[in-house]
Design a protein around this ligand. Structure first.
Ligand code: DQA
Length: 149
């Protein structure tokens, strides 16, 4: 059996982790997050393609490229969660299990963060658990992929 490939896609400003509002997002960096995901994926028997972009179009292109290539998508759409119908449409179009992750608890924050278009296309949503949320998302997607193989 080939190792399932999971795309771990990160949206705008997540390249600033460690510098950006550390009281909300912590002091660890995107490289630290990638290392955590790589370790968790190895333990779970998954391969990951971990990426970050600030561009909405690029994020949508990456989602589209997952069709026929990846077994599932973990996405932190960052600010585009709350604005992008196009990103939501792309996630519907690929017909793959999607888990949405946010580091912070978006429901405890400003009202404009309470709604995510991406949630419409997500099997599940994890928020407020920091980097642990990505580890849990990888665990969940490993189970989904195995059950649906
Ligand atoms: C975020 C929450 C979003 O509201 C925000 O725009 C981000 C990060 C999070 O991981 O908590 O950039 O997705």
């Amino acid at each position: 059996m080939p190792v399932p490939l999971i795309a771990v896609l990160n949206g705008p400003n997540l390249n600033m982790l460690g510098l950006r509002e550390p009281e909300i997002y912590g002091i660890q960096t995107l490289d630290d997050l990638e290392a955590l995901c790589a370790e968790a994926a190895e333990e779970l028997g998954l391969a990951i393609d971990f990426r970050q972009t600030n561009g909405e179009g690029e994020l949508i292109t990456w989602v589209q490229e997952c069709r026929g290539r990846a077994a599932g998508i973990i996405i932190n759409p960052a600010g585009y969660s709350h604005t992008s119908i196009a990103l939501m449409d792309s996630l519907h179009a690929v017909d793959l299990p999607v888990i949405e992750v946010h580091l912070s608890n978006i429901h405890q924050r400003e009202a404009f963060r309470h709604h995510s278009y991406v949630s419409q296309a997500a099997r599940g949503v994890i928020c407020g658990l920091g980097f642990t949320g990505y580890r849990l998302a990888l665990q969940a997607i490993a189970e989904i992929v195995e059950q649906e193989a």
